[in-house]
Design a protein around this ligand. Sequence first.
Ligand SMILES: [Ca+2]
Length: 255
Amino acid sequence: MSNPWRVFILSLLLCIPSAYADVIAEDDFESGRFKSVWGALTSVTLAELPSYTKREGHAMRFFFQGGNSTADSFSEARFDLGREYMQLTIEFDLYVPTNYNHRRPGDNTNNNKFFRLWTKTYDDIEKVGASMLTEGGGSTIGSDYRLEPSYGQSTAVKNESGFITEEDKGRWMAVRIDVKAPTDKSLGSIRIYKNGRLHLNDDRVKNHLPGSQGYRYGYLLGWANSGFSEDTIMFIDNVRFLDRVAARPLPPIPR
Ligand SMILES: [Ca+2]
């Protein structure tokens, strides 16, 4: 092919809108330090992956301290995306340890945070997220947001079982979170994919504040109301924040 043609075709390719999402930030934790997207970290360290995870390299290590039957536990990684996004995808690999046991504690309160997203402050009434509830030692997953502006945050508004099962313990799980903020014209949505398949789809997230407010701040994992009987260590690796949400959800797993 002659040179002018090559230049012409290359220019054409560059003009085609990319089918891929824009990466806002990503971290595989191999640089030896946390990338700048991360903020406050509670009981989270950058650690070498132990051989029992069957992977090499480095990842975020979330340490949930074990305690008595009513003790809570807390391990959380906050982030700041630098500006608000109306549509956001968060992808990461989650290692669930073999001793993971989402117990029903003495006080019966067992909702554990999975993620949160907000616009400006943690008190934002349009803050969204997901929590896990106990299910026979494993976990369900449910969407979290306010049903009415005057209400508190509801947890597990829509709830799907089988998010963390016996089969998932001692394994890596590919997690993808798609969120779309509500606007004056459309409801928002929270979709959670497990190993490439849609697991939770809540497209009823209400617009409480007039206009469009996106998501800038958030955290992964967080407060575990269930607490854990034993020290429980989860790993998160290969985190990507993307400026896009799938136009249509992928089909769910047939049950
Ligand atoms: Ca890594």
